[in-house]
Design a protein around this ligand. Structure first.
Ligand SMILES: [Zn+2]
Length: 250
C-alpha cells in the first residue's frame, strides 16, 4: 500500500488503492481492474462528474486529489465490470447496489490501513450524501413497490436509494458475521441475476420481484431502517474536526 497523506491523493495513488482492493476481493476482480488500467480505460479530470460511459468503454473520474477519487473509481469500475447491454429489470434495479456495496467494502479494507480516519469520514459522506433522514429514503423506496417497469430506465435516484440501504445492511451483517463469506460472494458476483429467493435467504429479508415490481416486506423495511440508523449513529458519534481540515487543504 502506497504511503498517502489522508488529505492528498494523486491519480496513481488512487489507482494503487483500488487495484489492491479489487485484488483483495478476488484475483478475477484484480485482473479485470488491471486490464482497465492497461487499456487506459480510466480518465481523471477535475471538470468531470464521475461516471461510466459504456459507449466509450471508459470510466471518467472527477479528480479532487482526495480519497474521494478512490471511492469514485471503485464505484464506476464496478459499473464497468458489470456492464451488460439490454439489462433485465433485476439487473437494472440492483445496478447501483453492486457499486455502492463495493465502496463500503473498500471502506472496510481501508480501515485496516493508515487511512482509517480518512476512510471513516469518507463513509460518513457516502451514507449521508444528499439524504437528511431515513424517512425520506423510506418514502422514496416505497415507490419501487408501485412502479411499473416498461423497459425504460428505472429512476436513478430510486436505484441509488435501494443500493444505499441494501449495501449498508449487507456490509453491517458481514461485519456481524450474519452473512457468511460465501453469501457475500454470491451477492457480489451474482446479485443482478440470482434468484431473489436465494437473496432473501442470505439477507433474511422478505424481498421479491413480481411482475417487475420490487416488493420488500414491512418487516424487511424495518430491518433495513435499523441497520441504516445504527450505522449512521455509530459514525456520527465521532468528532469530525479532521473533516474541515481535509476539505480546506485539498
Ligand atoms: Zn453508480
Amino acid at each position: 500500500m502506497a504511503k498517502v497523506h489522508a488529505c492528498y491523493l494523486n491519480k496513481s495513488g488512487s489507482i494503487e488503492i483500488v487495484s489492491n482492493y479489487f485484488q483483495s476481493e478476488s484475483t478475477s476482480y484484480g485482473f479485470k481492474f488491471s486490464e482497465m488500467v492497461r487499456q487506459r480505460q480510466i480518465d481523471f479530470n477535475p471538470r468531470y462528474y464521475s461516471h461510466f460511459d459504456h459507449t466509450r468503454q471508459k470510466v471518467f473520474i472527477q479528480y479532487t486529489r482526495t480519497l474521494d477519487d478512490a471511492f469514485a473509481l471503485t464505484h464506476e469500475s464496478k459499473h464497468f465490470m458489470n456492464y451488460l447491454p439490454n439489462k433485465s429489470f433485476q439487473e437494472e434495479i440492483f445496478s447501483e447496489t453492486s457499486s455502492i456495496l463495493s465502496e463500503l467494502r473498500l471502506g472496510e479494507y481501508l480501515k485496516q490501513t493508515s487511512l482509517k480516519r480518512a476512510t471513516e469520514l469518507q463513509i460518513k459522506n457516502i451514507l449521508y450524501d444528499n439524504y437528511n433522514s431515513f424517512e425520506e429514503i423510506k418514502r422514496n423506496l416505497k415507490c419501487v413497490r408501485i412502479k411499473d417497469y416498461d423497459h425504460k430506465e428505472v429512476n436513478s435516484r430510486i436505484k441509488y436509494l435501494i443500493g444505499l440501504l441494501l449495501s449498508i445492511y449487507i456490509n453491517r451483517h458481514i461485519k456481524l458475521g450474519n452473512i457468511t463469506t460465501s453469501g457475500y460472494e454470491k451477492i457480489r458476483d451474482h446479485l443482478e441475476n440470482m434468484p431473489l429467493s436465494q437473496l432473501a435467504h442470505i439477507l433474511d429479508i422478505d424481498i421479491n420481484l413480481d411482475n417487475n415490481i420490487l416488493n420488500i416486506s414491512e418487516g424487511g423495511l424495518l430491518k433495513l431502517e435499523d441497520s441504516y440508523k445504527l450505522e449512521m449513529s455509530s459514525l456520527f458519534r465521532k468528532e469530525d474536526k479532521c473533516y474541515e481540515k481535509c476539505r480546506n487543504c485539498g
